[in-house]
Ligand binder design. Structure first.
Ligand code: AMP
Length: 189
């Protein structure tokens, strides 16, 4: 398996936009499980119909479904030849374990840090369908409960870099790019 990098961060931290730009700059394939689910919702596939309610409520789609979606996408040849930057996966220990079984080792993790008060404000003003006050609070609670503990786990197995996500899009992008260079540089040397 080629390079596998992760970006972790609360919803509203800007990791979607930033990881897309980073993947483009460094030539990695960008996989966002949120985007894959939104495409399924858009096309009204059976998965999409099931996922929509869960997403609107701010809950997590089951590990079983998510691991299947991820495994299918990560098996595509573009991932093998370019490496991958995962955005929104893993979100639970079970997903992290499933990912480990697929890729062997995660090479690096970028932790995009934006405080809860700030991401709440950002989400309340972004006007996305699934952004009600309740669903935002629920998603942030689930992040603390299920996803944040993964950082400690990865610290033992991979390189984890925490990046301050407060600032302009460009400032944060430059910090992330430097972090990514540190991670990939240490892979080469
Ligand atoms: P995102 O665009 O990453 O914020 O994801 C939007 C929504 O999709 C989340 O609130 C979850 O309901 C669902 N979702 C995306 N990725 C995952 C995942 N890895 N595990 C469970 N649910 C997910």
């Amino acid at each position: 398996m080629s390079t596998c990098l992760l970006i972790l961060g609360r919803q509203g931290s800007g990791k979607g936009t930033q990881s897309l730009m980073l993947a483009e700059k460094f030539g990695f394939v960008h996989i966002s499980t949120g985007d894959l689910l939104r495409e399924a919702v858009e096309s009204s596939s059976p998965l999409g119909l099931k996922a929509k309610q869960i997403m609107d409520a701010g809950e997590l789609v089951s590990d079983e479904i998510m691991c299947e979606i991820l495994a299918e996408r990560i098996a595509q040849p573009d991932v093998k030849s370019n490496g991958v930057l995962l955005d929104g996966f893993p979100r639970t220990t079970a997903q992290a374990e499933a990912l480990g079984a697929i890729v062997g080792k995660v090479d690096g993790v970028m932790n995009l840090d934006v405080p809860i008060e700030e991401v709440t404000q950002r989400m309340l003003t972004r006007n996305r369908d699934d952004d009600t006050e309740e669903s935002i609070a629920r998603r942030l609670a689930l992040y603390e409960e299920q996803t944040a503990p993964l950082l400690g786990w990865y610290e033992e197995h991979s390189k984890v870099v925490t990046i301050d996500g407060i600032g302009t899009e460009e400032e944060v992008f430059n910090r992330l790019a430097t972090a990514l260079e540190t991670i990939t540089g240490s892979l080469v040397s």
